[in-house]
Design a protein around this ligand. Structure first.
Ligand SMILES: Cc1ncc(COP(=O)(O)O)c(C=O)c1O
Length: 450
């Protein structure tokens, strides 16, 4: 048998044949090749252990190595490789998962369409919103309003809602009809001059944009309850209640993108529960299977679903892997694991512990501008100057420098340019959270000094 390849030998081979998501040669020469994972740790091809500071891509919420998820996949694959879920065909795990989700998701959301991931879910919601308004006799309602720093995936339409400008230039022109309002970022949003609540002022940006575009043209507003890939931006508590009011007033569908926040990450099963608000449509992926298999979907309000169910024409939207029996079986096993291990409660208590620890260790550092979080989802924003909140110029490369320095400390996570994103598995032990924070602090000292 051939000896296993070293990390660098793997990367040589990888660089000859693989094109990666977000491909860039410069960032890949020192890439890690992961061969194994245990709980909250990743192990590379040289046998080095790293804390999985982002649950891989915010998805492995239950941690690695959960046998019940493996068993659920094995059992279902033995039973049947695959079957269609196109109209006229269905399967027990998909039916059971939709039934179970209707009892867990927001009260008015009782209908589910499955996808293979988050971007497909975003596109499904765009198409559903358009078909809903057509059915309601308002075919001119097609526009989508999203937010800066929002991330909704990179299928062509999802990319147009994604509000991180770096995703656009290679693929312009974007599809018309998408616009962005400012992120509800308590650290960066200017204090309202009239002394009103920042959360209300941030939400009123939506009203201004709806009026600018014309309410009769706006189909939906899409928002992550806590912005994730855009730098873990936690809105003020009064933001989403006002968003709901505005959407109701102008007949704009409110779509919650819970691809990261869904299934416990923020300390509630779905994150708008923190704000006492329900969306019209919700989208999820990632933690529904804890990343063990690719599954996503949308949850649809009874009112919107009735337009599909009540029509004699087909809803012409379909993916081969919608309702895949194996991914749905793993989804069901993941929900069992979340319930049995009380992962939502764990996310709330461990998240509070993690945030307190980050504040205690990092607030005093001259280049730490902001430490924030909700549940097991935290961000540390690094600045050049704390008083003015100014950023280092992009060519200084805060993101790349911090990523390398964290790797040297045994921590693997992602940066949004100058923000360290932190979202370890919800099962992570407090001692590992301590090591994670210590590793991030040490990396900050390496890059910026004491
Ligand atoms: C909030 C949000 N929406 C959508 C997506 C896109 O999901 P996918 O990469 O599965 O297409 C992501 C991915 O990170 C996400 O964080």
């Amino acid at each position: 048998m051939n000896a296993p390849l070293s990390n660098s030998a793997f990367i040589d081979k990888d660089q000859q044949h693989m094109i990666h998501p977000l491909h860039q040669n410069a960032g890949h020469a020192n890439a890690r090749v992961w061969v194994k994972a245990e709980g909250s740790h990743l192990i590379d091809a040289d046998g080095n252990r790293f804390i999985d500071g982002l649950s891989c891509l915010w998805n492995v919420s239950c941690g690695h190595g959960r046998q019940s998820l493996v068993d659920a996949a094995t059992r279902q694959m033995q039973q049947m490789a695959f079957c269609s879920s196109y109209n006229g065909s269905s399967n027990p795990p998909a039916i059971e998962l939709a039934d179970r989700l209707s009892g867990l998701c927001y009260p008015q959301i009782n209908n589910f369409y499955f996808t293979s991931g988050g971007g497909e879910a975003t596109d499904s919601n765009f198409k559903l919103a358009r078909s809903y308004w057509k059915a309601k006799g308002k075919p001119e309602k097609t526009r989508v309003i999203a937010r800066t720093w929002g991330y909704h995936g990179v299928t062509f339409a999802a990319m147009c809602a994604t509000g991180i400008a770096g995703y656009w230039p290679s693929f312009e022109p974007r599809i018309p009809g998408f616009s962005h309002i400012p992120a509800p970022d308590p650290y960066r949003y200017p204090e309202p001059a009239d002394g009103s609540s920042p959360g209300i002022a941030m939400a009123n940006e939506l009203e201004k944009e709806i009026l600018k575009q014309g309410p009769e043209t706006v189909a939906m507003f899409i928002a992550e309850p806590v912005q994730g890939a855009g730098g873990v931006i936690v809105p003020p508590d009064d933001y989403f209640p006002r968003i709901r009011e505005i959407c109701d007033q102008y007949q704009v569908l409110f779509v919650a993108d819970e691809v990261i926040t869904g299934f416990g990450r923020t300390g509630k099963l779905f994150a708008l529960e923190h704000y006492g608000v329900q969306p019209d449509l919700v989208q999820f992926a990632k933690s529904i299977t804890s990343g063990y298999l690719p599954l996503g979907g949308i949850g649809i309000s009874d009112e919107i679903a009735s337009t599909i169910r009540g029509s004699d024409k087909p809803w012409m939207h379909a993916y081969t892997y919608s309702g895949h029996p194996t991914t749905c079986a793993v989804g069901l096993a993941t929900l069992d694991y979340i319930e049995n291990e009380k992962l939502v409660e764990q996310a709330a208590s461990k998240g509070a512990y993690l945030l307190e620890k980050l504040h205690a260790e990092l607030d005093g550092h001259p280049n730490v501008g902001d430490v924030r979080g909700k549940g097991m989802m935290c961000g540390v924003e690094l600045v050049e100057d704390k008083a003015s909140k100014s950023c280092y110029p992009p060519e200084w490369g805060v993101g790349a420098k911090m990523t390398s320095a964290m790797i040297a400390e045994g921590v693997f996570t992602r940066m949004r340019s100058e923000v360290v994103c932190i979202a370890p598995p919800l099962t992570t032990a407090e001692a590992t959270l301590d090591e994670l924070v210590a590793g991030i602090r040490a990396a900050i000292v390496t890059v910026f000094g004491e």
